[in-house]
Design a protein around this ligand. Sequence first.
Ligand code: EPZ
Length: 432
Amino acid sequence: MDKIVVIGGRRLEGQVTISGAKNAVLPIMAACLLAHGRFRIKRVPELRDVRTMSHLLRIIGARVDQEGHELRIDTTNCSFFEAPYELVKTMRASIYVLGPLVARYGYARVSLPGGCAWGPRPVDLHIKGLQKLGAEIGLERGYIVARAKKLKGTTITLDIPSVGATGNILMAAALAEGTTVIENAAREPEIASLAEFLNGMGAQIEGIGTDRLVIRGVQELQPADFETIPDRIEAGTFLVAGAITQGDVTVRQVVPDHLRSVLAKLTDAGAEVFEGPDWVRVKCDRRVKAVDVTTAVYPGFPTDMQAQWMALMCIAEGTSVIVDTIFADRFTHVAELRRLGADIRMDGNSAHVVGVPKLQGAPVMSTDLRASASLILAGLVAEGRTDVSRVYHIDRGYERIEEKLKGLGAEIWREQEPWPEAVVGVMPPDES
Ligand code: EPZ
């Protein structure tokens, strides 16, 4: 296992180019299963999750090759319509193959995703939506087994504007007979991007970017090429890095409109924000002020930025309240931030953060993707050395984060993590 070591105290300055969006490219890769042939997807980040989805598509029978930031997928010989538990348990987004497989091949056997670091994440809305389209779905020994002769369009009103459920239903509806309307659909840019990709394959989707999607089913879809949208969460993370170090950071090749809620909060916190057509700059020459945040579905403040915002608030002037309304348990980073000297009190899904003037570097442990980012951000400003272990979490969603931060002036590197036995001597045989 690797760890990332940060020596705090450097102001970050300069420009960083943002990678393609993980949460956009994962459903797009699954959508390729809806048609036979060759696809070329550009601006694909080199991430663990992309490699996991590539592996899943290969299990299904597709050819997948990634050269740098270009992904080539050939779905001509797909023949095994299953997503095994061993793989799904490592990446919840594997569930995205369910809709395409049942729509294109009439059969899918996909493992239930199980929990994640911060609690249960059900897929009931995915299942209910596909059942409304006519799929027969049963749960057999931990697997979702879905069958359908031909899906039929209908109106589906989501209880929650779930990103994943919207994506799965959207992909299935593209090949259903007749028209499907998805009410209370997720409006995240990653779903809009999926819809654009599907339309490029010959689907007929209207209402893109709104909470009401109208999909006229077609007989067949064709392969298409596409370019992934920029990762708004990676961009937000680097802008917070600029603010927390009282630096001056510009993120390039982004869509400023995808960052509105984060930019508004950075401005409220006292940072100067400048923007152009495809870049945003954050300049901060003083300690930020405490600013409350409540996460919400897009275009509200993203839950995927909650942990990073908390790191910033740990050293803010004043007390802030951070509420996560999307994932009530997404606070595994709190205990680790406290190890760095943060003053945080939890009350249900609300964190009360009393800003402190200084954090002290210490060894901390990543528990999930965005928690890892939060700990690295805190390490950038903590006094002395911070060792963030289990960084395989961060490699899921950030492409070469330590190199990009080093390019902005951070003193940061990756090193091998000694295995526990090596640290505490030889473990007694019964505990080996
Ligand atoms: C996507 O997850 C993202 N992942 C998450 O990003 C992100 O945090 C989340 O959307 C919210 O924006 C990908 O896109 C791969 P949801 P998803 O379905 O689709 C409940 C990251 O860090 N729900 O919108 O799983 C659910 O429990 C990851 O990059 C149901 O109850 O999120 C949650 O409370 C983490 N039943 C709420 O809806 C369902 O069937 C929103 O979840 C589905 C969801």
